[in-house]
Design a protein around this ligand. Structure first.
Ligand SMILES: [Zn+2]
Length: 325
């Protein structure tokens, strides 16, 4: 069981490619963001334009002395190859994002999944410090998790571990965008909350609109109660499997504070009659956790020679595919 040291990312640039915004920062010798920028993600203008915007964000911040660039993005991410295998919201498929940036900046470039990056930041700088078994659930437009088990960030057999949002909770429940029914994401993600609330005949633009009405609007209370109960049930499933020491909730919906954590804790404990529930807390890292994690991940490349197009992380080698005689 190992715990990573608490280290801030020094002399690196990070770029967080999101569905609506590209965020970037350069971290100084103390690991403080000394220059930041934001660009709208030009997803409607094709994948080449999205890649060009990421390259632009990175090159705008790289200065002499920057040792590496860390990228993070949503979707199916091949960290070893630095390739976005598939990101539906960005129109990217088999896109060699790290190599594209490396060609422009001439320092090592890494690529990590955005939620795993946020989990890495939590593990090294947030509520995960010293915690060997951690679950970080990012509640946003969608819903995904980073898993640390026995001190290691889990990637899974095909690199897509942590698709927490697609844990089926309700038999024959709401149809999810993934094609399955009853997924936690179809109840608890911000988009699902708004959709389910509108179905009651009310209007809302965001999850915050709904949480602002919890004391006065029974429809808002009901949709919120179903969302938090569903999340608690999925957390119980995950806890039974992995025995988390701590669960950290992150993302925009955590602005609801105890309105979120109190009912989630109750639902989680109801699902764990025979054992104590792990602590459920809200991340202190805010909206830039992914960016910070991408910067930390870039540090894993700083012992590699500069100017390399692709950087391999220190992942264990996969066993060879068995052959049948
Ligand atoms: Zn689903």
């Amino acid at each position: 069981m190992t715990h990573p040291a608490t280290t801030r990312p020094a002399h690196v640039v990070a770029v967080d490619l999101g569905g609506t915004t590209i965020k970037a920062a350069r971290y100084d010798a103390q690991g403080v963001a000394e220059e930041t920028l934001r660009l709208p993600t030009p997803f409607s203008r094709g994948s080449d334009t999205v890649v060009a915007a990421v390259v632009q964000a990175a090159t705008a911040l790289v200065r002499p002395g920057v040792r590496a660039v860390g990228l993070c993005a949503p979707g199916l991410i091949d960290t070893d190859a630095g390739v976005v295998r598939f990101a539906a919201n960005l129109g990217l498929r088999d896109t060699p994002l790290a190599a594209a940036v490396a060609a422009a900046v001439r320092v090592p470039v890494t690529l990590e999944h955005d939620v795993r990056a946020a989990c890495m930041a939590e593990q090294q700088l947030g509520l995960g410090v010293g915690i060997s078994d951690l679950l970080v659930v990012v509640l946003g437009t969608g819903l995904a998790a980073g898993i640390v088990s026995d001190g290691r960030l889990i990637r899974g057999a095909t690199g897509i571990a942590g698709e927490f949002g697609h844990i089926p909770v309700h038999a024959d429940g709401e149809l999810c965008a993934c094609g399955q029914r009853g997924c936690v994401e179809a109840y608890t993600a911000a988009g699902a909350l708004v959709r389910r609330y509108r179905r009651t005949g009310n209007s809302a633009d965001s999850a915050a609109d709904i949480t602002a009405r919890l004391d006065t609007d029974p429809a808002a209370s009901r949709v919120w109660a179903e969302a938090t109960d569903t999340l608690g049930r999925a957390l119980a499933t995950s806890t039974v499997l992995l025995d988390h020491q701590r669960i950290v909730l992150a993302g925009g919906m955590t602005a609801a504070g105890r309105r979120l954590t109190d009912p989630v804790r109750r639902s989680l404990q109801r699902g764990l009659a025979w054992r104590t529930a792990p602590a459920v807390q809200i991340s202190p890292l805010g909206a830039d956790a992914g960016l910070l994690g991408a910067a930390l991940h870039a540090l894993t490349a700083t012992d590699a020679p500069a100017g390399q197009g692709r950087v391999r992380r220190d992942a264990p080698a996969r066993p060879p595919t068995p052959r049948t005689a």
